[in-house]
Write a protein that binds this ligand. Sequence first.
Ligand SMILES: C[S@@+](CC[C@H](N)C(=O)[O-])C[C@H]1O[C@@H](n2cnc3c(N)ncnc32)[C@H](O)[C@@H]1O
Length: 215
Amino acid sequence: MWIQVWIPFLLFVRTDSMRSLPYLIPQLYEIGINILLGETLSSRYRRIAEEIGSTKKVLELGCGTALLHSYLNSCDYTGWDLNDSFVKYCQRKGIKVYRKDIFQFSEYPQTDYIVFCDILHHVIPRDELLLKEAIKRAPVIAVEPCSQRRLPTPLLYLYDQLIGDADGINPFKTRMSWNYTKTTLTQKFQTLGATTLEPFDGHLFAVFPSQFLNR
Ligand SMILES: C[S@@+](CC[C@H](N)C(=O)[O-])C[C@H]1O[C@@H](n2cnc3c(N)ncnc32)[C@H](O)[C@@H]1O
């Protein structure tokens, strides 16, 4: 009975700046993403690491709990994220992660690669601006979902706010407008300059060479 009252009440008082449980508790985020993606999770980080190679400087924007970090071979890794709990969690592990807004373009450090992994679909409709600004500074590797929403919106909202992608930064309404098939996301990334495009178990892996001419 209490669930029937509590869940609608909770959802009624929620605002876009509130986070779902995985975005409040880093350990829960890692368990959740492992359950959701299974073996795909490690294979995508291995694919990113393979593309980067060794001894490179890597900047991951919207790094979450910096899961990519342990896959990189002798690289100098830096992560940016606005989630305090994630940033502190990474810093306690000795990983260079800072609380920074990824739209602070002028503050990007010099780097060999910029990585976007499951972040562009959070910041839509500013995803293309972000990509274009990043490509001006370094080659970009992106891994993003090709997702088509199947649940009715109220159910989707319930899932999102309790255990889904509610990051406390980007509103539900804009996040839900990320609605691409493999074909349409491929077309979008091609238009933005991607040279490598590989389907990856419901995701698309893409490499965008840098447009920074003095490299
Ligand atoms: C789905 S998580 C992806 C995390 C990580 N890249 C991974 O592979 O697990 C998206 C992350 O982007 C962060 N984020 C969203 N908007 C941001 C912004 N404007 N500046 C910094 N971080 C942001 C969220 O806090 C969240 O940790």
